[in-house]
Design a binder for this molecule. Structure first.
Ligand SMILES: Nc1ncnc2c1ncn2[C@@H]1O[C@H](COP(=O)(O)OP(=O)(O)OP(=O)(O)O)[C@@H](O)[C@H]1O
Ligand SMILES: [Mg+2]
Length: 158
């Protein structure tokens, strides 16, 4: 039954009766699965992994009717809206999109993928050469949130 947590830890669980013992085993098994799922989602999202300090909202201008909480909670995802972040170099566009990605994975178990536009174009070209374009499209269609960074930095293959 692939109860991997139970297999490894069943002898460490203390309980007052059989029912409580079973309950504890399965609660832990489920918690472990949830954790593994989140870890997999985090890994496959390929978000940049370099932001340590707290995000500073001081100079961030949000569009009308958008709040910080709405953004971090991915409210725009539920509404199937797109967001565009624009501004000068180093003002936090990549950082904020990363934070949103992390948050909706941890909080809602959403499927997220981060690409720079150039890397997505390269992967599309490669998939096309290998006849795997449809497979890549399907993977992208399954996402809840697609983050496209560095739009318009370099000329791209048509
Ligand atoms: N609002 C912010 N709060 C905290 N740190 C920030 C903020 N904005 C930028 N930084 C810091 O500045 C650095 C650059 O931020 P980021 O990479 O998100 O900028 P960017 O807008 O994506 O720039 P570019 O246009 O060059 O891609 C990051 O390492 C980040 O730690
Ligand atoms: Mg950036």
């Amino acid at each position: 039954m692939k109860l991997s947590w139970i297999r490894e830890h069943y002898h460490e669980v203390n309980a007052r009766n059989h029912e409580e013992y079973l309950l504890k085993l399965f609660e832990q098994e489920i918690a472990q699965r949830e954790k593994r799922k989140i870890n997999l989602l985090l890994k496959s999202a390929t978000l940049p992994n370099k932001y340590g300090k707290t995000f500073d909202w001081k100079d961030i201008e949000l569009g009308q009717g958008i709040t910080q909480t709405d953004l971090l909670d991915g409210k725009f995802i539920e509404r199937k809206e797109n967001l565009i972040f624009y501004g000068g170099v180093g003002v936090g566009k990549t950082y904020l999109s990363t934070l949103i990605g992390l948050n909706v994975i941890r909080k809602y178990g959403m499927r997220v993928k981060f690409y720079t536009v150039a890397s997505l174009v390269n992967q599309l070209l490669e998939a096309n050469e290998k006849g795997l374009l449809n497979k890549l499209f399907k993977q992208i269609e399954k996402l809840d949130l697609l983050i496209l960074d560095e739009l318009g930095y370099i000329p791209l293959h048509k």
